[in-house]
Design a protein. Structure first.
Length: 120
């Protein structure tokens, strides 16, 4: 026969179950962002912060995770296709959750010149 569980043991088990449930919930939310339009809601909630960034490094820091970035031509941008790049400017597309594009123009010093929320 085993000894009765102590209050401390019960609390440890309760905390462990809570932590596991929290991790599982976050994992499900991330999976839903990749699989559904929940990623659009995420982008809307982060948009103000992203658009306030003044440099590429600052924007990268505000992205947190779940994105890739690549250089594109303005013609490949949904909302920025009419933008005419000036000399020493480049357009970078951030793909959030592998599907929501944020197209940003940077100058030679990596300062933000324009941003196009193509995920809208």
């Amino acid at each position: 026969m085993s000894a009765p569980a102590t209050k401390t043991g019960r609390w440890k088990r309760f905390i462990a179950i809570g932590v596991c449930a929290g991790v599982l919930l976050v994992g499900v939310a991330i999976a839903l962002c990749y699989a559904t339009r929940l990623s659009y809601i995420y982008c809307l909630s982060r948009e103000k912060s992203w658009l306030a960034a003044k440099t590429e490094a600052e924007l990268d820091g505000r992205m947190w995770a779940f994105y890739t970035k690549r250089a594109i031509a303005p013609s490949d941008s949904m909302w920025g296709k009419r933008y005419a790049l000036k000399p020493d400017e480049r357009m970078i597309q951030y793909l959030i959750f592998a599907k929501e594009p944020l197209d940003v123009v940077f100058d030679r010093e990596s300062r933000v010149v324009a941003a196009f929320t193509s995920y809208e």
